[in-house]
Design a protein around this ligand. Structure first.
Ligand code: SAH
Length: 354
């Protein structure tokens, strides 16, 4: 049986667990602080806990902590890409972006992904497994520790579909925003989904103040099906209804992500259709010129095409941004660093990943 993972427990659950061992409740407070504020990598660092308790914890509980496999720092904009190793030999990718408003970390929510979006490198090998809440937290914790700089924003836009790992995602959000942890403001967190409608509605009912980003990528059901297999399961109108519900329940304006793929969804007519589709919705559209992935032959429209697309939307009264490409010199598109690593180690033989 898998041991209980201490870092994924809420403060209340941790207190129940620790007092059941015959310890005083304040020990749970100390332990929680070591894990979620001092970001301890091991029980050995928890010097104000009695040695005997540390030994019991080591024997009876799992404690996650990532190993650093690779770290690349962009010479262009200071963006850093990290490859972390998990206890079972899996590797995951995270990114640190430095902005004027603070440091933002992009985390993975799964090892691999089963959603199959045509332009995305993260999905090529399929889903390996869900990440634990602690394994999502550890990406933020490790980066804050390694850089010595406070992380103020988190985006769940790395490998994986966060709403396909719903319960662990929710626990992660609770722990990340907890006042006894890093206490990151809900408003500084964005979760990006390919559009699992039941889970969008469920998340709306939680009434959190996080931003929800929907990967729309097409102005019609037909074109969406060409790019995103998930569209076969949920019609675009159903997905947009769920997004309206999210706004009604939380008051948070939706973000729509739209990857521009030349010759597929990036024409001026596509832009007009998109503007009609989103009609009177209070939303923000984020255009992402597609990052070429070597396995697919998708290319970006030229700069003038991107600007023309943006113009049409703006003329229809939409708020539009073009996503700045960060860290272009350190392993292209989302999931490319991890994929490169896996490919290399597959060739070297299965043992190499461990
Ligand atoms: N599963 C989540 C998170 C995925 S990654 C989701 O679907 O939203 C975050 C964003 O990057 C998504 O909008 C995704 O569609 C987009 N993306 C993935 N690969 C891309 C690529 N090669 N070029 C441009 N955008 C890409």
């Amino acid at each position: 049986m898998m041991k209980t993972d201490l870092k994924s427990l809420t403060r209340e659950e941790l207190t129940a667990e620790i007092t059941a061992l015959g310890e005083k409740p304040f020990r749970a407070g100390q332990l929680y602080q070591w894990m979620h504020q001092k970001l301890a990598r091991d029980y050995d660092e928890m010097t104000n806990l009695p040695k005997a308790l540390r030994e019991t914890l080591r024997e009876q509980y799992g404690y996650t902590s990532h190993t650093l496999v690779d770290r690349r720092i962009s010479k262009l904009d200071g963006t850093e890409k990290y490859l972390f190793g998990l206890a079972d030999g899996n590797v995951i990718e995270s990114v640190l972006m430095r902005y004027q408003f603070g440091n933002s970390v992009c985390i993975s929510s799964q090892a691999g992904c089963r959603m199959g979006c045509r332009f995305c490198a993260s999905t090529i090998g399929g889903l390996t497994r869900n990440l634990l809440p602690s394994e999502m937290l550890d990406q933020v914790y490790a980066i804050q520790k390694l850089t010595g700089e406070r992380v103020s924003h988190v985006v769940v836009m790395g490998t994986g579909e966060p709403l396909d790992n719903y319960d662990n995602l929710l626990r992660f959000l609770k722990l990340l925003t907890d006042e006894n942890g890093l206490h990151i403001s809900q408003r500084n967190i964005t979760v990006s989904t390919c559009g699992l409608t039941e889970q969008i509605r469920k998340l709306a009912d939680e009434k959190l103040q996080i931003t929800l980003a929907l990967s729309l990528h097409a102005p019609s059901q037909k074109k969406r099906m060409e790019l995103m297999p998930v569209a076969y399961k949920y019609d675009i109108s159903e997905v947009l209804d769920a997004c309206r519900y999210y706004f009604e329940q939380t008051g948070r304006r939706m973000t729509f992500e739209y990857s521009l793929v030349d010759g597929v969804n990036a024409s001026v007519e596509d832009a007009r259709e998109l503007a009609r589709l989103l009609g009177g919705m209070n939303c923000h559209i984020n255009l992402i010129p597609v990052n070429p992935v070597s396995e697919r032959n998708y290319t970006q429209p030229g700069r003038s095409g991107v600007l023309a697309f943006k113009n049409v939307l703006e003329n229809c009264g939409k708020t539009v941004t073009i996503r700045r490409e960060m860290g272009r010199d350190i392993a292209g598109a989302c999931g490319q660093l991890r994929k490169g690593y896996l490919d290399k180690h597959k060739q070297a033989g299965p043992d190499a990943v461990c």
